[in-house]
Write a protein that binds this ligand. Structure first.
Ligand SMILES: [Zn+2]
Ligand SMILES: [Zn+2]
Length: 386
């Protein structure tokens, strides 16, 4: 007959013995929940982020009470994961009900339930006390599962995350410059770009926490965005080019030497230059065709040939190859005085001079006034005066 060496009970009564211990003494001598009674954690008082497995992440909720519980739950869970006995190879978080009902588990598996039972979260540090209960099996011969409970208090303190400390300190890594070719940005473009950048930064910040805008500077010629990360500046430049067309270039400026690594520190300027063309511009190509720009986008321009009055879309490559450029046109108004199958006679509404033009492929009516434009000595119909 064998006996438990700790309490002396016989194997037939308290067994089977495991490593010389009865069932009860085995469980007592081999606790599985090795968690300390206190856990300290912190969240950024500026942005609400907190450390998850050592990495700062944004919270799911910015509502303060939910946020504090989110941070405390996370710290508790991470600590539980780190403080289960090494024989536990796998654990699962379950509700207390499920834990209650569980009477058998495979060796090496644990079920964990936790719930807050007391909290003071009106000011920092926020203090939340949890009840943690674990059931587990660590040995084949166990008749009953380990069943342990503990109270754990989590202290949530406020700090400033590295990102916010850089942001609050005025840090930036790159400058995104938005310009237009050969002209300043228009008010309309400034607004559209500002909105685009704002939306895109929200999206970027979900992956790149340093992608923030430190500052926006309105310049006469365009906009400067001071960015927390170079990759964020690049992504914004691409988004702007996709919408407006244009070219992107980068320049680097030596701004100093890192005292810790003795490495030279460069600041990147990412420039996006949108095309000079705007809706309403008159443009010519190298064949002498004249167009009115109807639309400008990332792919190219929609424009109307003023001789054929047909609309076409040209991509930026073609626009460049065709040497398209803006031309000045002189706008006037003229009344159609007579129409023949091939010609139209008009009278200028300002000078009352009459002139003739080839009949354009559009419907004309005698006595009606039309908007005209003269480009390089040739007049074109723009449309009927409204
Ligand atoms: Zn015993
Ligand atoms: Zn922060």
């Amino acid at each position: 007959m064998r006996f438990c060496y700790r309490c002396g009970i016989s194997e037939s009564e308290g067994g089977p013995l495991i490593d010389g211990l009865c069932q009860i003494c085995y469980r007592k001598e081999n606790p599985v929940l090795l968690i300390e009674g206190e856990i300290n954690t912190e969240l950024c008082g500026n942005c609400g982020s907190y450390k998850k497995r050592g990495v700062w992440v944004d919270p799911h909720s910015y509502e303060l009470e939910e946020l504090i519980f989110e941070v405390a739950d996370n710290a508790l869970l991470e600590t539980i994961g780190d403080s289960l006995d090494e024989r536990i190879r796998e654990f699962k978080i379950v509700h207390f009900d499920e834990l209650e009902e569980t009477v058998e588990l495979p060796v090496g598996k644990a079920l964990v339930a936790f719930r807050p039972i007391d909290w003071h979260i009106e000011y920092f540090p926020a203090i939340i006390t949890y009840e943690v209960r674990v059931k587990a099996k660590t040995h084949e011969l166990q008749r009953e599962l380990h069943d342990e409970a503990k109270k754990v208090t989590v202290y949530v303190r406020q700090t400033v995350c590295p990102r916010c400390s850089k942001f609050l300190g005025g840090y930036f890594e790159a400058i995104l410059q938005v310009r237009a070719e050969d002209r300043p940005l228009t008010e309309e473009e400034r607004k559209a770009i500002g909105k685009l950048v704002e939306d895109k930064v929200d999206e970027i910040m979900r992956r790149d926490r340093m992608g923030f805008i430190q500052d926006t500077i309105e310049k006469e010629e365009g906009l400067d965005f001071y960015m927390g990360s170079t990759s964020s500046a690049r992504k914004l430049a691409q988004a702007i080019r996709e919408r407006f067309g244009g070219t992107i270039s980068e320049a680097y400026e030596l701004v100093g030497v890192d005292r810790q690594t003795s490495r030279e520190v460069y600041r990147t300027s990412v420039s996006v230059r949108i095309p000079k063309f705007q809706k309403g511009d008159l443009v010519t190509d190298r064949h002498g065709n004249v167009y009115e720009v109807e639309r400008v986008d990332g792919k190219g321009m929609g424009m109307r040939n003023l001789a054929t009055l047909e609309s076409e879309h040209r991509d930026w490559k073609t626009i460049k190859r065709e040497g398209m450029d803006v031309v000045e046109g002189e706008i006037s108004e003229a009344m159609v005085t007579s129409i023949t199958p091939t010609e139209v006679q008009l009278m200028d509404m300002q000078t009352y001079e009459t002139y003739e033009l080839g009949r354009p492929p559009m419907e004309l009516r005698e006595g009606e006034v039309y908007r005209m434009v003269e480009v390089r000595g040739r007049k074109y119909f723009l449309g009927r005066k409204e």
